[in-house]
Design a protein around this ligand. Structure first.
Ligand code: HBI
Ligand code: FE
Length: 284
C-alpha cells in the first residue's frame, strides 16, 4: 500500500477505509459507482433528519450555504460540488479513505483542499459513528467552506498546522480545530447557534450544545482552548463561543510559537474544567 492507515483516540478497531486506494498525499478517487442503493438511502435519511433540526440551532451562514451541496436524495458526486465551490471561495473537496495523519491533513487545508471521507456508515450506525464518514464530512464541513471568511480561516489553520507540526505542537493546535471547526458555537443576533461540523452532523448534540443548561459555554480564548482536553466519544463538556468568523480569522494571524510556550507552562485542563479567567456565556 502507498500509505499507512491512521487510528485516532482509544479505538481498538482498525479504520474502516481502504488505504490501498490512496495516493501519496492520501487522496483517492471517489468511487461513486460503488455506492449501493442502501448507501444512498442512508445519506438521504441522514440529510432529511439533520436538515429538519437546523432552524434556530444552526449558524445562519451554514443554513444559507447548505443548498450548495446540491442533491439531497443520494450521495453527491464530489466533482459536482466542486463546480460550485471553486468559483465561490477557491476551495475544492478531495476524497480520502478516512482519517489521515496530521501532516498531510494540514497540507491539504493549507492548499484549500478539504479531505472528505468517501464511504458511508452502516444503517446500524445511523445515530452515532466514531470515525468521520461522508455524511459528517460533507454535511458538517462543506457548507461553511462556501463562506469566504470561514474558508480563509480553515486555510490559515492548515498553514499554522504545518508550522505547529514542525514545532511538536500539533496536538495543541488540534484542540483549536476541535473546539472551533468541529464543535464551535457562535453568538448571532437571534441567539446562540452552532457552526461546528461535529455538532451540525449530530442529531443529539445540536440541541444539547445550543440549548442545554447543563452544557458549559465560554468565550473562545486561544490559550484556554489549547489547554483543554476533549472528548471523542461523548458530548463535549465545554463549548467555546465566538462572535464572528472574522474573530477566528484575526485570532489566527499572529505567530503561535509564544502561545504554545504559554500553554505548556500553564498545563492542560480536563474537558470539564472551570477556571477563574473563564468568561461564561449565558443563555437567552
Ligand atoms: N483526517 N480525514 C481527516 N479528517 C480530519 O478531520 C482529520 C484528519 N486527520 C487529522 C485530523 N483531523 C486532526 O489532527 C485534526 O484535529 C487537526
Ligand atoms: Fe470533522
Amino acid at each position: 500500500m502507498a500509505v499507512e492507515p491512521v487510528v485516532y483516540g482509544a479505538s481498538e478497531r482498525p479504520p474502516r477505509g481502504d488505504y490501498s486506494r490512496a495516493r501519496d498525499d492520501y487522496t483517492c478517487p471517489q468511487n461513486w459507482s460503488a455506492y449501493t442503493e442502501a448507501d444512498h438511502d442512508t445519506y438521504r435519511r441522514l440529510y432529511e433528519r439533520q436538515s429538519a433540526l437546523l432552524p434556530g440551532l444552526a449558524a445562519q451562514a451554514f443554513v444559507d450555504a447548505l443548498p450548495a451541496l446540491g442533491v439531497r436524495d443520494r450521495i453527491p458526486r464530489f466533482d459536482e460540488i466542486n463546480e460550485r465551490l471553486r468559483p465561490a471561495t477557491g476551495w475544492e473537496i478531495v476524497a480520502v479513505p478516512g482519517l489521515i495523519p496530521e501532516r498531510p491533513f494540514f497540507d491539504l487545508l493549507a492548499h484549500r483542499r478539504f479531505p472528505v471521507t468517501d464511504w458511508i456508515r452502516t444503517p446500524q450506525e445511523f445515530d452515532y459513528i466514531v470515525e468521520p464518514d461522508v455524511f459528517h464530512d460533507l454535511f458538517g464541513h462543506v457548507p461553511l467552506l462556501f463562506n469566504p471568511v470561514f474558508a480563509d480561516y480553515v486555510q490559515r489553520y492548515g498553514q499554522g498546522g504545518l508550522k505547529a507540526h514542525d514545532l511538536g505542537a500539533g496536538e495543541l493546535l488540534s484542540r483549536l480545530y476541535w473546539y472551533t471547526i468541529e464543535f464551535g458555537l457562535i453568538r448571532e443576533p437571534q441567539g446562540l447557534r452552532a457552526y461546528g461540523a461535529g455538532i451540525l452532523s449530530s442529531s443529539g448534540e445540536l440541541r444539547h450544545s445550543v440549548t442545554s443548561p447543563r452544557a458549559r459555554r465560554i468565550a473562545l480564548d486561544l490559550v484556554r482552548c489549547m489547554r483543554t482536553r476533549y472528548k471523542i466519544d461523548d458530548y463535549q463538556a465545554t463549548y467555546f463561543v465566538i462572535d464572528s468568523f472574522e474573530q477566528l480569522f484575526d485570532m489566527t494571524a499572529p505567530d503561535f510559537t509564544p502561545i504554545y510556550d504559554t500553554v505548556r507552562a500553564l498545563g492542560e485542563l480536563p474537558a470539564d474544567a472551570s477556571i477563574a479567567s473563564d468568561s461564561p456565556i449565558t443563555l437567552g
